[in-house]
Design a protein around this ligand. Structure first.
Ligand code: PDD
Length: 287
């Protein structure tokens, strides 16, 4: 693992930031997770757009333009030894300052890129599918900390994921206060019903996932009906297929939710076809 801290590439042990950083003191900051395909950062423009949107929602101005961020990412990828693909995490925090919420208290945002070789999930996971669990922690309401903000402050997600781990599940599915399905702790969520793909709308309170966006584009391109619509537990329990999506996982079939088996208990045909279309598109878009 290496890191680029404010433009300086360092090994794991030397990658340090100030304890007075408001990212540490107040838990303020935003991030993005990217991966490479053929050693090129995938959908960088979309990730930077979302990073800027997240930063704006927490009154944080990004200290660098896209060209400079692109240069730093390229240098950081070049410094990762071995492996074919690279995992990247970009983190921006307000930087060090007096202990005040006044934005003028911090003047030099901290800009970090963490990089390591990327190990994709095993082929067996895609072949077998996974079991997820519905967790007791709700996804925050959009008028609380809006889930559209890709916030470094991941306490609810971490607690929800630990609950899922205690139950031996691969992911934790979170509902909102109205009981609508939103997303998992680190991924977006989809079901398939009568050959149509359904995914919760952003208004249910979830991250606008870039993989989710690409899946919507793939479905349009391949003529599979896809609708962003409110999904409740009843819809999930009567679904033919389900899957989750994220940058690091692409599309992972979900074959069981707690004790309930989804469809045939095997990865479904629509999910499998869509995963193929997604991978083709990913390679095409990364060239
Ligand atoms: N997680 N929802 C949540 C809460 C997430 O944390 C993520 C991504 C997603 C999927 O978004 P995308 O398709 O843009 O990766 C949905 C990343 C991988 C992470 O936390 O490292």
């Amino acid at each position: 693992m290496i890191a680029n801290v404010n433009g300086k590439i360092c090994g794991g042990d030397d990658a340090v930031v100030s304890v007075f950083d408001h990212g540490f003191v107040f838990g303020e900051g935003v991030y993005e997770t990217l991966r490479t395909y053929e050693r090129r950062p995938f959908l960088l423009e979309r990730h930077l757009q979302r990073l800027r949107a997240s930063a704006a929602m927490i009154d944080l101005a990004l200290p660098l333009d896209d060209a400079e961020i692109g240069r730093r990412i390229a240098e950081t990828i070049a410094a990762v030894e071995g492996g074919t693909e690279v995992y990247l995490r970009i983190l921006v925090t307000p930087g060090p300052g007096e202990f005040s919420y006044d934005p003028t208290a911090r003047r030099n945002p901290t800009f970090v890129i963490i990089a390591r070789t990327f190990a994709p999930p095993s082929p067996g996971l895609y072949a077998m599918g996974v079991t997820i669990t519905v967790v007791s922690i709700s996804r925050s309401q959009p008028n609380s900390v809006n889930p559209l903000i890709k916030s470094n402050n991941l306490l609810p997600n971490a607690m929800a994921m630990r609950e899922a781990m205690r139950r031996g599940a691969y992911e934790g599915l979170m509902l909102n206060y109205r009981g609508e399905i939103t997303e998992c702790t680190q991924s977006n969520f989809f079901i398939v019903k009568q050959d149509a793909i359904l995914t919760p709308p952003l208004e249910s309170g979830l991250l606008a996932g870039i993989t989710r966006e690409l899946i919507i584009e793939c479905a349009r391109e391949t003529g599979v009906p896809l609708e962003e619509t409110v999904i409740r537990m009843h819809d999930l329990l009567t679904a033919d297929e389900a899957f989750l999506s994220s940058t690091t996982r692409e599309l992972v079939p979900v074959v069981q939710v707690d004790r309930h088996v989804i469809g045939t208990g095997q990865p479904g045909a629509v999910t499998t076809r869509l995963l193929g279309a997604f991978r083709e598109r990913a390679v095409r878009l990364s060239r």
